[in-house]
Design a protein around this ligand. Sequence first.
Ligand code: RIB
Ligand code: CA
Length: 326
Amino acid sequence: MKRKTIIDCDPGIDDSLALILALSSDDIEVLGITIVSGNTPVQMGFENAKKVLKHMQRLDIPIYIGAAVPLTKDYVNALDTHGKDGLGESFLPDVDGYLQDKDAVSFLIETLKKEHCSVIALGPLTNIAQVIMKDPTAFACIDQLISMGGNFRSHGNCSPVAEYNYWEDPDSAALVFQYLAKIQKQIHMIGLDVTRKIVLTPNLLSYIEHLHSYHGTFIKQITKFYFKFHWEWEHIIGCVINDPLAMAFYIQPQICTGFAAYVEIVTDGAARGQSIVDEYGFYKKKANAYVYHQVDTFAFYHLFFERLFQCSKAEIAYLDKLIVKE
Ligand code: RIB
Ligand code: CA
């Protein structure tokens, strides 16, 4: 039985890799892709999603444009990380099509009430918060809600304490976590504590190119800028690919280990966007999240390579020699 899924994203280089993983997985039925401003302005994210779907020969999948700005804060993009075109300055040709018959939030509300489906949120939670504000019963229909966002003990990536998705729109993230607490549901928070361990290295990229030149060429085109950024900012040789881990967790949850906790998102001040994880129950509130802090990097890469490249056991054995254990 295919798992009906909506992917909310801000493509974005790592979002694009997560989309490729989802579309390489026969057990996932992508009902639609919704776009939110984040890494890229929403219109650019829409154009980039079309480029990824064209690469995957899946232009049958609908894409809907969502929130252009955060709930209350000024919009701050991450084009410094993702390049002027939001896809690593690969400047891939534009893809025509996709007249918008509805916006992202309308599609989310309509589909969530009609289908038993999960939502994989790979960007700021602005669209998700608007679903709650417009039709909370639709939000309550979500089967699994998985978010790449936040951090537990790991330092931030856009402030000392905050991860970008929750920093860019902290009010939406706070609203989502507060509402989850109210209806006693939990979000799967795939934060920097685990995603930082997933580094696409030059060796792994070379191996991808040898295994599958079609995907390899595309992935190299969109990640070369990311490699440069990671060396300049964090002296990492390679690039941290956050979003594919959230997608891999959805496919194979045992890749990550975590715990249930009450989480609160800070909306203002020096700690804006921080995800405060109440590990020891000081606030005496029921858990509204599963927080992940350990990841099996080998299991992630086995899944990623098997799904994208249909690797043999021998090819997976060779892969293990290339994985840098954090
Ligand atoms: O902080 C990393 C997250 O912010 C990733 O989802 C990346 O694509 C950006 O959206
Ligand atoms: Ca993202």
